[in-house]
Design a protein around this ligand. Sequence first.
Ligand SMILES: C[S@@+](CC[C@H](N)C(=O)[O-])C[C@H]1O[C@@H](n2cnc3c(N)ncnc32)[C@H](O)[C@@H]1O
Length: 313
Amino acid sequence: MRKTSVYLPDSLKKRLAAFAEHNGVSEAELIREAIEQRLDGTQDERRPTDPPVPGRLVGVGVGPGPADLLTTRALAALRRADRVIAPCTSIEAIGRAEAIVREAAPDVAIERMVFVMQPDHDARSAALVDVCDRIAGYLEDGDEIAFITLGDPNIYSTVSSVVAGVVARRPETEVDTVAGIMAFQALAMAGEVVLTDEQQTLVLLPASAPSETIDAELAMPERTVILYKGGGRIAAVADQVESAGRLDDAVMGELIGMPGERIARVADIRDRPASYLSVVISPAPEGTGPVPQPLAEASHTSAGSAQRSGAEQ
Ligand SMILES: C[S@@+](CC[C@H](N)C(=O)[O-])C[C@H]1O[C@@H](n2cnc3c(N)ncnc32)[C@H](O)[C@@H]1O
């Protein structure tokens, strides 16, 4: 009988044993540390990570640029993975996500995989096929793979096409994502923009969306509108924002947290070239929004408790 059997449930004992083995420390040492930290109210920042899960693919958001906007969970996922894969445009070129990880965690070894960004459909597909084949092979060998991406892995990210391609080849693949801070959040911080207040609403869309779609969003006074992928069409974006009477408050963040960063009013840079890595925020001009609805009788209990817990935060 292990000594830990006295106090710990079976599931916790199993996790403890796996954790201790993976990190090369004794179970007794881990228990002693945990008790000490609890009693002292301290947290050991060097604490070891959970073991990797063989055959798991994790899309890891590394934030928009600044190394200190990479979350501790992302850092743990990178250190835990057997392989960390970064997208790049050529094997000699360091991608943006890789640059962030290099700064935040120089100890993490990165493997590059080439993606084609130009609108040549066949070349793009061929590159994606190659990436998915290779990742599926690593997973089959029992590796946990972390695939890094700028910002968040569930917002306009290569992660979704990689996951789809890998799962098509290997349906048993366990897939996970680690959220990342997004460029518009970093811009709101840098530009001191409140994104929503009271009942205001927020929409994120590509600047390449049909102009009627963007105009309709801008026409709603309670709507904050965020435009991604608009660097190449900043003049057109400025015209749209101006037509909606929103030019004065619209801000643009370009290369946020990276060399060449520019945070400016759209009005001041509308006639200048901007990079693909640009985001525009047009804050809602009015504080009002949809009128709050009374809770439906049937959902009263659960919605009520959700509201209470929100108020307690
Ligand atoms: C392919 S999407 C990637 C979005 C990313 N997954 C996210 O969650 O922010 C590329 C767009 O993200 C925005 N973006 C990402 N990082 C940025 C940065 N550091 N500075 C400005 N815009 C950025 C730009 O609008 C760019 O056109």
